[in-house]
Design a protein around this ligand. Structure first.
Ligand SMILES: *Cc1c(COP(=O)(O)O)cnc(C)c1O
Length: 226
């Protein structure tokens, strides 16, 4: 076993144990929460160590990086699911539709319109989650909670396949209240999926109903400085 494989196995086992404990504490079946392995900046070799361990769901934050890494990986390994978790520019919508199964970062009307316009004739769009700016941070992407109802209507009128909500809480606040708010909003709009919780707070997110947790460093180790 290589060092990369050994480290991947250890980290995945630790995350699996923590997920099981958090699910049990919340009275939820462990299968209710999907682990999305956030593989931004990671090499194909690092990613394949997780594929070999049975991980099938991954997330990336950039279209260009995904186009460079994933077509080869998808050719080699069947059954992979890929989530976009970073901002999407409208000029990259066509490319993103071809690369991703889920786009978690629908965050503005202009992007909703571009997705509707780019829908392939003979195929479905990726599943879409709306990013909600639960902390109302001016520098952060996402729909303000008070504007979500109108935005959901706008997207449904465009026939977009809205399946869930996603949030990234402010770094300097407890995440729990943000996760609880996202859960309430999803219930109010009859959306099934809740993408919330990262390496630092995923047990809290599982306790508050996360269906998808997005883990980078907990699985792959510290990210090299950009
Ligand atoms: C990088 C990233 C993650 C993973 O972050 P970690 O703290 O490394 O687990 C999750 N969500 C988004 C949107 C990200 O960009």
């Amino acid at each position: 076993m290589t060092q990369i494989e050994a480290s991947a196995a250890d980290r995945k086992a630790a995350v699996g144990a923590a997920m099981a404990a958090a699910s049990k504490a919340a009275g939820r079946p462990i299968g209710d929460t999907q682990l999305v392995a956030i593989s931004k900046t990671r090499t194909a070799e690092e990613i394949e160590a997780f594929i070999d361990l049975g991980q099938r769901v991954f997330g990336e934050n950039r279209v260009q990086e995904t186009a460079a890494k994933w077509p080869t990986l998808r050719n080699k390994h069947a059954g992979l699911t890929l989530h976009l978790v970073g901002p999407l520019q409208t000029n990259k919508v066509k490319q993103a539709i071809g690369l991703f199964d889920v786009i978690e970062t629908l965050d503005r009307e202009k992007l909703a319109k571009a997705l509707a316009a780019a829908k392939p004739d003979n195929a479905a769009l990726p599943q879409l989650y709306i990013q909600v700016n639960t902390g109302q941070e001016p520098q952060k992407a996402g729909i303000a909670p008070a504007e979500l109802a109108d935005f959901v209507t706008f997207c449904r009128d465009l026939d977009l396949p809205i399946a869930g909500l996603m949030c990234i809480p402010p770094v300097d606040e407890a995440a729990g209240p943000h996760f609880a708010l996202l859960g309430k909003l999803a219930a109010a709009h009859h959306l099934s999926y809740l993408s919330m919780g990262m390496s630092a707070d995923y047990p809290t997110a599982i306790g508050l109903g996360a269906t998808h947790i997005r883990l980078g460093t907990a699985l792959f180790g510290p990210r090299p400085a950009a």
